[in-house]
Structures are given as C-alpha cells and as structure tokens.
Design a binder for this molecule. Structure first.
Ligand code: ATP
Ligand code: MG
Length: 314
C-alpha cells in the first residue's frame, strides 16, 4: 500500500507576543492511500496546524511534509489539483443557488472536473440545488463545501472538523458521505473532536497532544489493548483514584465523572477490595472492551503526565 501523506519530524513554531509556541514538535505521521484517517487531540493540540501543513498553508519550521509524493508547500502546484481541502466552513455567496455556486467554481477552475450534477448528487443536494445558499442549513452548506472540492475528483480529501456545529442528523449524513468517499478509494484525512464519530468512520487514527503524536495506528489495534473497568464510588472519586493508583491500577477520570481503570475481567474484584479496605464503596462497576474515548483519555492523560519538554519557550 502506498503512502499518501508522510509527515516527518514536523515542527511548527509560532511567535505569540514575543514567545515561541511549538504548535508541532517533531511530529511523525504516515497516512496510507485509500484510508479514512482521523486526527484526534484536545484543543490546541495542533490538529489544524497539521491540516494546514498538509494543505500547504503553513511552512514547517523544521521537518517535512510530503503529500502524494510531493514536498509541500514547495511543490504544492504539482499536486494541488488532486487534493480537496476544507479548512474552515466553506463560504459561498448567499444569493447564488447551490448549483450556480458550483458552476461558477467549475468555470473558474479548469481541471479534471466531475460534473456539477454528479457532485450535487454525491452529497445529496440535488433536490435543493436550485435554492439559494442563504436558505441552506449549516449541514447543507457543509455538504456544498464537500461538493465544491469533489468537482476536482480529488484523490485526497483534507477536512478540519467538518462536523463542527452540525446536529446529530447532519453528523450522521456527513459520516455516511465521508465513508462512501473513502470506499470509492479516496484517502480522507479528517480532524475531529467527536470520538464516537471517528470510531464509526475511520480505519486509522492518530492522537496528538501538545504538538506530538501519542498514538497512531489502525483503530482496531488501538482498541484491542484490553478491558477497562468503569467504576463509580460512594464518596470521593479523587481519593479512590489515588488509592487505585497506589495499588498499581492506573486510572483516569471519564468525562462523565466515572473512573476508568485498565484491568482484565478476572481481576476486577481487586478494585472493590482495594477501595473497600479503605472505606470507599463501589456503587457501579462495569468491565467492557475499551472504547475510543477511554483509550483517548488514557493516552492523552499519560502523555500530559510524561510531558518533559515544555512547548513554551523564549
Ligand atoms: N497563527 C498562529 N499564531 C500563533 N499561535 C498559533 C497560531 N496558530 C495556532 N497557534 C497555536 O498553536 C497551537 C496549536 O493550534 P491548533 O489550531 O493547531 O490546535 P487544534 O488542535 O486545531 O485546536 P482546536 O481543537 O482548538 O481546533 C495552539 O497553542 C495555538 O494557540
Ligand atoms: Mg483546530
């Protein structure tokens, strides 16, 4: 399988009020051709900077980024027609119809074009194609954005948080669309905060934190690391966490306040014993296969703990 995106030791330093901000620090990432690849990470992790680097919109401070075999941004002109990029919510003139917007783009960008009708059909906008863009919902504008890049018939789609602001129905439609584009053999490189979505959509993921890659691989491999106990206690969750950790059971707190403890099913009794011996009683204990959210929280928390080199400097 060939590599569509190869990022090697990529570092991007911004200046902010005289201080240097390491948006990316020695980041390595390979995206195989034909995969739907999800880029995950907390706010400020560097996802948009990676997306912009792949789109040739930022110049690396060090390291390199190769897209479809071309070093970018230096040789972007050789591959730009094969890449469809949506970095922010795409803007269209509100008084043009969806069809007119795409026809305008098709006329102004002579390239190996898909027909406007085909692009509208692919994103499910045929029925609203002759309505003005100002009457479109956010989800429809987002899909029109995807249609606009499909006019190029791109091998690679690069999307920064495309589901931002969409309702559950819009998110599910977008997921179906991106999955279909992936199944057609295109490479889809997408950043997202929606872990459940990524779990359903992507073949591979990378988790970045503080500008570094903390995990990368096939989703199935990342999730096959074992079981996780979801524990709720009567009383202090913090005290329970300290106790479990000192008993050699590393845990993190989930977004809903439960403690997530990596443990095999047959050893789960150990959690109740450790806590009960210190007067903390378990009100809920459920052992299940790790979800992407649990895996993500654990990896990001661990990388926060291990961060030895600050990203802020002079
Ligand atoms: N143009 C810029 N000038 C200065 N600092 C910047 C600039 N762009 C990004 N940064 C900084 O680089 C870091 C990474 O930003 P980036 O936008 O890539 O994160 P992100 O993962 O996309 O975050 P979010 O989830 O909030 O979108 C942040 O600390 C941000 O403040
Ligand atoms: Mg971002």
């Amino acid at each position: 399988m060939s590599i569509t995106i190869r990022i090697s030791s990529l570092t991007k330093v911004y200046r902010n009020h005289g201080r240097r901000v390491f948006a990316l620090s020695n980041l390595d990432l390979d995206v195989q051709s034909g995969t739907v690849f999800g880029l995950l990470g907390p706010n400020g992790a560097g996802k948009t900077t990676v997306i912009r680097a792949v789109a040739g919109l930022v110049r690396p401070s060090a390291g390199s980024c190769e897209v479809l075999g071309a070093p970018v941004p230096r040789s972007m002109q050789h591959v730009v027609d094969r890449i469809g990029v949506i970095v922010e919510t795409p803007g269209f003139h509100p008084s043009l119809t969806g069809r007119q917007s795409l026809e305008y783009l098709a006329r102004t960008r002579p390239m190996r074009c898909r027909s406007v009708d085909e692009a509208l059909e692919t994103v499910g906008l045929t029925g609203r194609a002759d309505d003005r863009v100002k009457t479109y919902s956010l989800g429809m504008k987002q899909r029109l954005g995807v249609a606009s890049v499909l006019l190029k018939d791109p091998e690679l789609l690069v999307l920064d948080e495309p589901a931002n602001g969409l309702d559950p129905h819009g998110i599910s439609e977008l997921r179906t669309l991106l999955r279909r584009l992936g199944d057609e053999g295109r490479t889809v490189f997408v950043s997202s905060h929606l872990l459940g979505e990524v779990e359903q959509l992507c073949d591979e993921v990378a988790i970045i934190n503080e500008g570094r890659c903390v995990a990368q691989g096939r989703l199935a491999n990342l999730l096959s690391v074992g079981h996780q106990a979801r524990v709720r206690v009567h009383g202090s969750g913090r005290a329970a966490r300290t106790l479990l950790e000192s008993a050699g059971l590393p845990c993190v707190e989930s977004t809903d306040g439960a403690l997530l403890v990596r443990v095999e099913v047959e050893d789960a009794w150990w959690i109740t014993k450790v806590l009960a011996e210190h007067g903390i009683f378990v009100t809920e204990l459920d052992v299940a296969r790790t979800t992407l959210e649990e895996c993500y929280l654990e990896l990001v928390t661990r990388s926060d703990d291990q961060a030895s080199i600050g990203r802020w400097g002079r």
